[in-house]
Design a protein around this ligand. Sequence first.
Ligand code: PLP
Length: 438
Amino acid sequence: MTGADTSTNAEEFARARAAMPGGVNSPVRAFGSVATTPRFFVSASGPYVTDVEGREYVDLVGSWGPAILGHAHPAVVHAVQDAASRGLGFGASTPGETSLAEIVRARVGRGDSWPLDKIRLVSTGTEATMTAIRLARGATGRDLVVKFAGHYHGHSDGLLAEAGSGVATLALPGSAGVPAAIAAQTLVLPYNDLDAVREVFSARGSEIAAVIVEAAAANMGIVPPSHGFNAALADVVHAHGALLILDEVLTGFRVGSAGWWGIDPVPFAPDLFTFGKVVGGGLPLAALGGRAELLDLLAPLGPVYQAGTLSGNPLAVAAGLATLEHLDSAAYTRIDEASAAISTAASEALSAEGVAHVVQRAGSLFSIAFAETAPHDYDTVRAQDAFRYPPFFRAMLDEGVSLPPSVFEAWFVSAAHDERAIDRIVAALPGAAKAAAS
Ligand code: PLP
């Protein structure tokens, strides 16, 4: 840390470390890989967050995705306040849950294809993917699951092998505490490698319940699927009677109204979708959905059990409904434009300093890879000059721009990133590029 005095943040971090492992409740917040003091935030509004010292930052983390309208959007805050005044939760059904399920179903369509008959609401993306896998196993009577290296689907036991996000940031192959018998049920393949998919299916196809794939990989930095990858994957999976689980927890309702699935250049038909982040508008809510014959296998209709004390919580439902209501095409256009402006400025600043880099994009999501050529899988992502990111990150932070604290994370732009916010980012970039070059 070169510039600003962060003594109050440092004191907060010391207090936090004495009370919580690593001082955090989610590992990447400890700022370990960027080697500086994590900031402790006390408020946020629009594209800005403010730390305990009263310092304001332009935020490109966006609560890791949910803050797509900007922080504390008045309509979302009002909806939550209104819901809270009527009760924080009933442990019973509410009309709002049905409305949210209906809206999710209505949004996720493409041409004549409307793949969601039914939705179940849960509280986290981890629960959504875990339940989708249990459902796939229940539906097929098979045990094996295929995932891709560098993809992150939350922290359930079977999905942590070679996972992206914080697992990648900490350079872990998986997690201690996962029984070998459970890890053995997950087969990990290189991303964007159809030959590897075909090989594993020809060897063990009759044992595979499902393939789970991020709709566009966004937890090892951004690595978009190669043209037609998802569609070809769906063909192989379906030819062997397995199910395709499309994880849109990060991309859903962010890269477009119908998620990545709605904009993938080659149409395809997943069996189950998972959503999180944006769909909960910043509160704990996630979902899985698919055809009625699959979703109806869930209890109470079917034999696959899933439940949750806080599932469909009325505050979270209110935040999700208000967020989706304000995510119209104008909002997506603003996000696309802001994302293009920020990523172009970052690339120009790095080029001016002669820093080899590639802007990796999936719709409005982007990240910067410090490499000569675009990474296409976890191995090529890890081969980049990742050492350039911490000085780049710290220089941006010193100038009041909060980037994701890991090179393996996406930059999250919101509809509230206006000209003033973008100007502040652009002004910080030349110094950061210089830091990255040295
Ligand atoms: N799936 C994807 C693609 C994600 O990006 C994440 C979280 O970042 C998850 C699942 C897990 O969601 P949660 O952190 O809400 O458990």
